[in-house]
Design a protein around this ligand. Structure first.
Ligand SMILES: [Zn+2]
Ligand SMILES: [Zn+2]
Length: 153
């Protein structure tokens, strides 16, 4: 039984709940995430879209075209601007939660790191974790849980 996880933006105006476990948790070192987080990388969780719901407050969205050519919609707090989650037009049933906004980000089971060709040189990754030079490939994680993820729907 999954115990729901909760998070909120920096100012607390927007609160959300995640009611199902993630497919995968990773850090992204792409330039867009460095800009988004004003830091070295973002902490991301791929989660079922229907399991991630705003429970309080207002989030606004904006769309940008990702390097893949897909539209990437991201949601952020209308008051403090914190980025909360994003959705890729190619994967409508999945959302990318920016897991640094969770109440307990230390619970996030990061096991992989993507876009490490953009990684800042002083960031040292655990040796046992998977790494990808560019975008991650989560087909294994999705295949392990096809009941929650059917990409061709
Ligand atoms: Zn806020
Ligand atoms: Zn990124």
């Amino acid at each position: 039984m999954f115990k729901p996880l909760h998070g909120e933006c920096q100012c607390g105006q927007v609160k959300y709940e995640l009611t199902a476990p993630e497919f995968v948790a990773y850090t992204c070192h792409c330039r867009a995430c460095q800009k988004l987080s004003s830091s070295a990388f973002s902490i991301c969780m791929q989660v079922p879209a229907e399991a991630l719901n705003i429970t309080q407050g207002n989030a606004a969205s904006r769309v940008r075209v990702a390097d893949s050519g897909n539209d990437l919609t991201s949601w952020f707090c209308t008051v403090c601007g914190s980025a909360l989650f994003a959705q890729n037009s190619a994967r409508p049933r999945i959302r990318t939660l920016y897991a640094g906004t969770l109440d307990n980000p230390d619970m996030v089971p990061v096991s992989a790191h993507i876009w490490i060709k953009r990684k800042l040189p002083w960031v040292v990754l655990p040796q046992q974790h998977r790494t990808f030079d560019g975008a991650g490939d989560w087909s294994e994680e999705y295949a392990n849980d096809m009941s929650r993820y059917k990409p061709e729907d």
